[in-house]
Design a binder for this molecule. Structure first.
Ligand code: FAD
Ligand code: GLY
Length: 385
């Protein structure tokens, strides 16, 4: 079956793209492709953004969540720099504010070991300042008095992932993008003889397109495996807790070993997150939530008296080398991959949308994508053999 008549709204003369996965990555790509003139269909096995993208805390932690200098750090910073304009543009396009808050992160040291590790980052991190305990307590006076100091990262801002994905959805609908929910893609279709990817198989039947983009997060590898590309992408569960205090206790995001606290515009705080490889099991456990609460209280003692709001969990798309897969694979022309963003998919959404949009329109991407080439999965597999 081809795309149905009702889905063809304005699709007749334009190139058609199918995006598999309506998380923040698929949505940002569909938005860029829509701007570039593609007629887009975005297909998700669930309702809109019910997986990792809305489980996220929304930190834009280019400085706080990378571990060494190099191309990945540069990619994170490039995306971070796009955020202010991108969220402004999305708000104008959708009428919904993604709740971008330009207030940095403090990585607080509670032990000598933490302090040494954080101070060593000053050798390579840009836009960072070490604050001693007294200076830190001046900007965040509810922090535990036993804090030793912290790394202030003034450019690591935040966004609200739920409002970001709502904003993206509304912007996509205004662009005329067709959004199909509760429609699992069973397989990627290839044209007989050429091996080119030409569509997808769904419960509604076969849908065809000029371009297919795979942005299925932790579920991506099952769709590429039949094509001969075994991607080492796996789910990494993260559990979170939301609490509210009568008056806000903090204005910056606080981050320490094993715990972060992100203050949101509605007065709640997101406390995250565990990191466990437990397959596709998304259940939240009382023990994990209780550990998070304990850690949050170590950092901010008044979290003990906070009101409980909710808990949830999500599956980060982890990869063996910690890097996403971005771009084409020569074994499957017609397919672009954008998956495996692990802990940084919210941060990396705008740059991912841009580079995939550039590849789709034949423009050299503004970032060298060599470190993220899908073909490295095959090299890894043969090395392991
Ligand atoms: P997803 O949001 O999982 O979307 C993939 C979509 O594909 C899903 O909607 C799924 O239903 C769909 N899908 C899968 N298979 C199929 C199929 N066969 N057919 C159709 N649809 C399919 N990142 C940050 O940058 N900052 C943070 O502060 C942050 N905090 C996090 C906290 C937690 C607890 C977690 C779990 C993650 C966090 N992340 C954070 C990471 C971030 O959430 C992910 O990297 C990002 O959401 C990945 O986006 P995605 O669109 O690739 O995946
Ligand atoms: N980036 C925060 C997390 O993945 O928990």
């Amino acid at each position: 079956m081809n795309i149905s008549t009702s889905d063809r709204r304005n699709h007749s003369t334009r190139s058609h793209a199918i995006i598999v996965g309506g998380g923040v990555i698929g949505a940002s790509i569909a938005y860029e492709l829509g701007k570039a003139g593609f007629a887009c269909t975005i297909i998700d096995k669930s309702g809109w953004s019910q997986e990792a993208s809305t489980a996220a805390a929304g930190m834009l932690g280019a400085q706080s969540e990378t571990h060494h200098p190099g191309p990945f750090y540069d990619l994170c910073r490039a995306s971070q720099q796009l955020y202010s304009d991108w969220t402004e543009e999305l708000e104008a396009a959708s009428g919904i504010a993604p709740q971008y808050i330009a207030k940095g992160i403090v990585r607080a040291a509670l032990s000598e070991e933490d302090e040494q590790e954080l101070r060593s980052r000053l050798d390579w991190i840009q836009d960072a300042e070490w604050l001693d305990a007294q200076s830190l307590l001046q900007i965040e006076n509810e922090l535990t008095p036993s804090v030793r100091g912290g790394l202030y990262l003034p450019k690591d801002h935040q966004v609200h992932p739920v409002w970001l994905t709502r904003s993206l959805r509304a912007a996509l609908e205004r662009q005329g993008c067709c959004v199909k929910e509760w429609a699992p893609v069973f397989k990627l279709l290839t044209a007989p003889g050429t091996g080119s990817v030409c569509g997808v198989s769904t419960p509604e039947g076969e849908l065809y397109a000029d371009l297919v983009v795979l942005a299925a997060g932790a579920w991506s590898s099952s769709l590429t495996e039949p094509l001969g590309l075994k991607l080492p992408i796996f789910p990494v569960k993260g559990q979170c807790l939301a609490l509210r205090t009568e008056a806000p206790l903090i204005s910056h995001t606080l981050f320490t070993k094993g715990c972060y606290i992100v203050p949101k515009a509605d007065g709640s705080c997101i406390i995250g997150a565990t990191q466990v490889e437990a397959g596709f099991d998304k259940r939240a456990t009382a023990t994990a939530i209780s550990v998070l609460h304990d850690r949050a209280q170590e950092l901010l003692p008044r979290m003990a008296e906070a009101e409980f709001v909710s808990t949830w969990s999500g599956l980060r798309p982890g990869t063996l080398d910690g890097l996403p897969y971005l771009g084409a694979w020569e074994g499957a022309p017609g397919l672009l991959l954008a998956t495996g963003h692990f802990r940084n998919g919210i941060l990396l959404a705008p740059i991912t949308g841009r580079v995939i949009g550039q590849l789709a329109t034949g423009i050299t991407p503004e970032v060298d994508l060599t470190p993220y080439a899908p073909a490295r999965a095959l090299a890894g597999a043969s090395q392991a053999l």
